[in-house]
Write a protein that binds this ligand. Structure first.
Ligand code: UFG
Length: 351
């Protein structure tokens, strides 16, 4: 049987490239569609080394309808996983129009192209950010959707609403939104991982860059939250567990007897929370490296604690996270070491 081709928009990005691996391992034929605005073509080389073959890649923007149609037609795509979006929370506050225009136009263009070509299965990359500062923990899919904390978060909320409305209107599209908690880590080969541009906003890349000496110290944003050690709690999920959730969601769409017009949402997290100080300590145990840090003021907009009830995904998709925080941090470190080594090799060969 010919494997189903799945278009992965944003497939060169952090979660996208790990999902490409999970798809290939599950017998699908992933096709990357990426404009490389926030990713690097060297990801493709990492994928080639890990998978042993070249993943087809279209370098184009998701707002380019002709390019989407061309890729989907030529590759005989049967489903799409849509990651392509701008994702920097702070930047979205500074440049709301850029975020609304890019993230929403990409989704609308993709939906129109899918309907035109009768491509029916779509997995949408959403975020636990839609829950804002949740009042009850763990967060279930029925928790209230609170006013968004940023234009980025709003693009995820509006994106979900668009998808729900499209399915309600009876379009022949089967759609799942996955609400990610905090993705961290890297493929265990250490050959692909997160590539933050400039100073990282997120905790784990900041920790690995501090441990390797690229940053002087980590600032822990507040230790006066109502949590056991005073620092914020998040649900950190290994990016390969998250990648595998996409495969489980696709399989659900393909094999479960669900209606032609279908929409559902699933939390994708571990169900366990860890505080910032716990993450630092676990990283130090996993790697033997010390992370210099100091306690600083709170960061605007941070919720004290967010962690998932992921039982719906377990029940309906047969998926649950099985990698530990320690493994995720060890893998993130392996990737940081790989980046360090390859940067040295590159600068040596250039001199
Ligand atoms: N933190 C620090 N120091 C840092 C960076 C982060 O103490 O230098 C803390 C934060 O205050 C927070 C925790 O580490 O308590 C995690 O912060 P991240 O920035 O790594 O992750 P967030 O939970 O803020 O954000 C993530 C995703 C967003 C998404 C959001 C939804 O990165 O895309 O979850 O809640 F919108």
């Amino acid at each position: 049987m010919t494997p189903s081709s799945i278009l992965v928009t944003g497939g060169a990005g952090f979660i996208g490239c790990h999902t490409v691996i999970a798809l290939a391992e599950a017998g699908y034929r992933p096709v990357i569609f990426d404009n490389f605005s926030n990713s690097q073509p060297k990801v493709l080389e990492g994928l080639r080394q890990i998978l042993g073959f070249e993943v087809p890649c279209y370098r184009a923007d998701c707002t380019n309808r002709a390019a989407l149609l061309e890729a989907m037609r030529r590759e005989r795509v049967s489903g799409v996983i849509h990651f392509a979006a701008f994702k920097a929370v702070g930047e979205s506050v500074q440049k709301p129009l850029l975020y609304y225009s890019n993230n929403l136009n990409a989704l609308l263009t993709l939906l129109e192209a899918m309907i035109e070509l009768d491509v029916r299965d779509l997995i949408f990359s959403s975020s636990c950010t839609v829950y804002g500062q949740p009042e009850q923990l763990p967060v279930t899919e029925n928790s209230p959707i609170l006013p968004p904390l940023s234009p980025y978060g709003n693009t995820k909320q509006i994106g979900e609403e668009i998808l729900r409305d499209v399915a309600r209107a009876g379009e022949a599209l089967r759609i799942i939104s996955l609400r990610y908690f905090n993705p961290i880590g890297a493929h265990s080969s250490g050959m692909i991982g997160e590539l933050p541009l400039g100073v990282p906003n997120n905790l784990v890349p900041y920790i690995t860059q501090t441990a390797i000496g690229l940053r002087a110290e980590l600032v822990v944003f507040g230790n006066d939250y109502p949590t056991p050690d005073g620092t914020c709690i998040r649900d950190y999920i290994h990016v390969m567990d998250l990648a595998e959730a996409h495969v489980a969601a696709l399989r659900h769409l393909e094999y479960a007897s669900i209606p032609a017009a279908y929409y559902d949402v699933f939390n994708i997290g571990t169900g366990k929370g860890a505080s910032v100080l716990e993450v630092i300590r676990t990283f130090e145990q996993a790697t033997g490296k010390i992370v210099p840090y100091r306690i600083g003021p709170r960061r605007l907009g941070d919720a004290a604690a967010v962690y998932a009830d992921a039982s719906k995904a377990h029940k309906h998709l047969g998926w649950k996270a099985h990698r530990t925080l320690k493994e995720a941090l060890a893998d993130a470190w392996r990737w940081q070491l790989y980046l360090h080594k390859t940067a040295h090799l590159l600068s040596a060969s250039n001199s």
